[in-house]
Design a protein around this ligand. Sequence first.
Ligand code: GLY
Length: 372
Amino acid sequence: MTQSGIDTVHVDLGARSYDVRIGRGLVSGAGAEIAPFLHRKRVAIVTDDTVGAAHLGSLIDSLQAEGIEAVSLSLTPGEATKCWSQVTHVVEWLLDQKIERNDIVIAFGGGVIGDLVGFAASILRRGVRFVQIPTSLLAQVDSSVGGKTGINTRHGKNLVGAFHQPTCVLADIDVLGTLKPRDFLAGYGEVVKYGLLGDAAFFEWLEKNAPKAAAGDMEARQYAVRRSVEMKAGIVIRDETEQGDRALLNLGHTFCHALEAATGYSDRLLHGEGVAIGCVLAFELSSRLGLCSQEDPSRVRAHLKEMGMKTDLADIQGDLPSAEVLLDLMGQDKKVVDGQLRFILARGIGDAFVSKDVPKDAVLSVLKDALA
Ligand code: GLY
């Protein structure tokens, strides 16, 4: 941690390297953070109506304090905004604002805004730079770091996009205070994933400290975000375009995507909630395949329960389809390669690996028991 209390995680990707700055007051200090990257003192901000109402004034004030002129566009919040028509809308607006090749676009919001605006920036004038100011826990620990941008189509989620690394990421811990508890906990699903996939000591730390973080302890929040970002950065540096290790970040996601599809991508199940349930199921599957001990899935479930999170299929309101249908939905996941399901399995807490040949029968029996 620096003297100012801001942590910096460097994402070392050669010419595409950048810093993720993590700490308090980064929205009200954004002007000074961004000024060194500007060729002229003008930026375009894209946000959504909820984040804009709560924080846009503070961001614009901090830019103006550095003499930076800011224009802004606010979009409807929600996953439906991550679509082709909004890409057109954002790109045309950026062109109306005469945003040039050397300018910077600011994506100010959660994962939807980060993915959509990053994608718009990647195609505008064949690529302009953008800064991520993620305002949800999920966006701070996952989607704002690593350069995945994109939109959904009628064929599925995130099927169109580009790798386009940001110029910097400003993760302001203060803005997490305006999240609804359910959204904070959904983001926590991605935090706990990092401990489970590669850092048993972090998982132990979370067992002791995550309840404090959820209750509002700023130091605990900052450490949880920093450690998550360090882990993500380490994986992205090794495998920027997901040829291998980056798939580890999908722990719990194959189950999650099937559950999200089964619940119609609705409020019945938020993405991070599906990740949490998916992590429990991935450990169940690993234990059944004799890869990890039977205690591991119980320990994962116990921690998530203590956090007040969904851990089981019974925690999802309403009916779910049969195990066979869920398995079929997994087969439509975009991570399927040559028709084979790729699963992230674990030899224990903090020791995940990519497996390309998981027997379908084992997955089916885990799903059947989870539905029973
Ligand atoms: N959210 C998964 C990844 O960035 O690869």
